[in-house]
Ligand binder design. Structure first.
Ligand SMILES: O=c1ccn([C@H]2C[C@H](O)[C@@H](CO)O2)c(=O)[nH]1
Length: 153
């Protein structure tokens, strides 16, 4: 697996793109907008925003929407990094300042891209105003992961 060096990637453009994407969150139930922006090997960026449902449990996180979108474009093997930002209420007032970190399901979804691309993924997490950006590696957020390799891929 190729080791991505997260410190070699500038998180600011990703967080800015994620923040733009969060404006299109469909989050009328939680009023917690989340945006995600994924950097691909060619430098292009694919975004997503959370997509809630009146049947609450069907809601999709921003990270999952972004990964599904780039997979549909044939780019699942090309994921290098993801920036995530959240916590803005739909009226623009922040609910909290802690960086939003991908939930467990999203970590597993990201791991599908990491496994298929044979590349670790850098994960940048920002507070609601884009402040206090954390830098992680997916392998640290989801140690001992089950992935494509376990099924022979
Ligand atoms: O990493 C995360 C965590 C939460 N959410 C969404 C799910 C739900 O719509 C709202 C509140 O949990 O935030 C994301 O999109 N990504």
């Amino acid at each position: 697996m190729t080791q991505t060096d997260p410190t070699a990637i500038d998180p600011q453009p990703l967080i800015a793109a994620a923040r733009d994407a969060a404006r299109n969150a469909h989050a009328p139930y939680s009023r917690f907008s989340v945006g995600a922006a994924v950097l691909l090997t060619d430098g292009s960026v694919v975004t997503g925003a959370n997509f809630e449902n009146a049947s609450y449990g069907l809601s999709l996180c921003a990270e999952t929407v972004a990964i599904a979108t780039l997979s549909a474009a044939g780019r699942l093997r090309d994921v290098v990094a993801i920036g995530v930002i959240g916590g803005m209420q739909v009226d623009g007032v922040a609910t909290g300042t802690d960086p939003v970190r991908p939930c467990g399901r999203c970590r597993q979804v990201l791991n599908e891209a990491a496994g298929m691309g044979a590349r670790d993924i850098a994960v940048f997490c920002a507070g609601a105003q884009g402040e206090r950006i954390e830098t992680h590696r997916l392998r640290d957020l989801l140690p001992h992961a089950f992935g494509p390799g376990d099924l022979g891929l």
